[in-house]
Write a protein that binds this ligand. Structure first.
Ligand SMILES: [Fe+2]
Length: 120
């Protein structure tokens, strides 16, 4: 992607061979593969599912955002030591899309992941 708005976003390079940095920062999206149009469902985003990310004073996940494609949906701002992921949002969609999660580590930048979701 050449859009400068997304130039600084990190993504896993090889999903079959994650580095430790990728394991600690990749947001994982848990959602149904298929949902009914305009009916609420839960989407849970977890950072560091396969290798815990530190959540301490000088190093933590500052926020998590959720998008439908490039359309902004929701954001959770997190504290350094008290709050963290997983974060769950409730959505209602009316068409097929990619759910895109972005999470920002204060030291290691923005990390993105996406999954397709079908709407019937
Ligand atoms: Fe980090």
């Amino acid at each position: 992607m050449n859009d400068p708005l997304f130039a600084g976003i990190n993504r896993v390079k090889d999903p079959k061979a994650l580095t430790d940095l990728e394991k600690k920062h990749q947001p994982t999206i848990a959602a149904p593969a298929q949902v009914k149009a305009r009916e609420p469902f839960a989407v849970t985003i977890t950072v560091g599912q396969s290798m815990p990310h530190p959540d301490e004073g000088g190093h933590w996940i500052q926020w998590v955002e959720l998008y439908a494609g490039e359309a902004y949906l929701a954001r959770a701002d997190l504290s350094a030591t008290v709050s963290g992921t997983p974060v769950t949002f409730t959505l209602k969609l009316n068409q097929d899309t990619d759910l895109v999660a972005r999470a920002r580590c204060n030291l290691h930048g923005i990390w993105e992941n996406r999954i397709p979701i079908k709407v019937e």
